[in-house]
Structure formats: C-alpha cells, structure tokens
Design a protein around this ligand. Structure first.
Ligand code: MN
Length: 140
C-alpha cells in the first residue's frame, strides 16, 4: 500500500497537510480520530460541543469537517444543514459519522448535504481513504 505513511515520512514531513475540525462528543471516539489524523499529519481542531461547531468552523476555516451525528442536545445533521446553507463555509467537505443503527438510512444522512459518511465502529483504512478522497476533490 503505497499511500500508507512510513516512519521515514513521519520524521521528514512535519508541516500539517490540512486542518480538520472534528465534532465528536464521545471522548474515546474523539481520541481515536485525533490520534489517527495525527499519524497522517493532519492538524486537528476538535470540540465535543455541537453548539460551538459553527463558530469554531468559521474561526478556523478548516479544510474538512468530521461531524458526529449524535451529539448532546443537537443533531449533527442539523449542524451540517446549517453549514451547507452558509455561503462562507458551505464549500468545506463534511464527513458525517453515524451510529451503527443509522447504517441503513444513507438517504437521510446524505440529504443533510454532507459529502460522505462513515459508520461506527470506524474502519481505519476506509476512513482515511474517505478523508483523502474528499480533500483531493476539494483541492483540485
Ligand atoms: Mn455522539
């Protein structure tokens, strides 16, 4: 797999290749995303508070957003809808993170306006593939 970073690459490329905002209220999942994205040299900005997501995104203007759907007090789908209705941030690709129970409801998830979704439990390689795919589309 040529696109897996080797330890050699890790020591030579220290500049983040992109900034990703992660909105996830579960500490373990958040740690998993953070650690995984760091391994692949992404700069990670995160929050557990969905209410803060929009202002954080506007402040930091990330290259991508990872959005948990089930947050405390707010639906991640509603946040994605708000992002996609906002001219200043709607261009930023959003990957929704869905609970296993929503796996059979892809139309409802995609109707929010997100570019892609991944289901928990996260498959590491397909998650990274999805991130790279939508960053590439965004930058082309
Ligand atoms: Mn959650």
């Amino acid at each position: 797999m040529s696109d897996l970073p080797s330890s050699k690459e890790s020591s030579t490329s220290q500049k983040p290749i992109a900034t990703i905002v992660v909105v996830e209220d579960n500490e373990l999942n958040l740690k998993l995303f953070r650690d995984l994205l760091h391994v692949y040299h992404f700069n990670v900005i995160d929050t557990k508070d969905g209410q803060l997501a929009i202002s954080l995104i506007k402040e930091t203007m990330p290259d991508m957003i990872i959005m948990d759907i089930q947050l405390r007090g707010i639906s991640g789908l509603d946040i994605i809808r708000a992002i996609k209705q906002d001219e200043s941030i709607k261009h930023i690709p959003v990957i929704a993170v869905t609970a296993f129970a929503m796996k059979n409801d892809p139309e409802n998830i995609m109707a929010s306006g997100c570019e892609a979704y991944v289901s928990k439990p996260i498959s590491i390689m397909s998650f990274i593939d999805t991130v790279n795919q939508f960053l590439k589309n965004h930058h082309k």
